[in-house]
Design a protein around this ligand. Sequence first.
Ligand code: FE2
Length: 202
Amino acid sequence: MALEVKQIPVGPMSNLVYLAVDTTTRDAVVVDSGWETGPIEKAVAESGARVQYIVATHGHFDHVSTMEELAGKVGGKLVAHESSGARYDLKVRDGDLLEVGRAALRIIHTPGHTEDSICVYGGREVFTGDTLFVGTIGRFDRERAGAMYSSLHDVIFRLPPETVLYPGHDYGEVRSRTLREERESNPYLGARDVGEFTSAFA
Ligand SMILES: [Fe+2]
């Protein structure tokens, strides 16, 4: 299975949303929708994609404010973590699989930035929302520091190091890179344990 990933910049806060298309069937998933549907609709049309799901990585407005509008235009079921307050079509939990053509995308619950934060893992790529960016990590409240530390170190960085990181914002020197490259260069990943992490960043 192979996914063709299109990275789409939207809005004034450097958001990155994604269209991932199964190269054989053209079934597709959209990850976040952000500020405007136009660039996503264009990408869907250009790639001949059939959108099956539109997934919210978390409930912050800059990621989800146009999701219903987008579903009305390109189709697809709206998906969010079960702890999300939004009334979407499908609530998911850690380990759930979304079938998109021949691909099975795995939902990974990564609380920390928010309780409803999820990452979407496609086997070769991971869409990380506001949990992990190129060169930095998402903001979190002090009481969520343990969850954030665990989501980064016990979950995301247990994925294969050659996995390509696709973040929810364009905050880095490049727009994506592998988890191996990220681990070697992201200054926020150096803490030895949750105590050090908390005192350094929370
Ligand atoms: Fe956020």
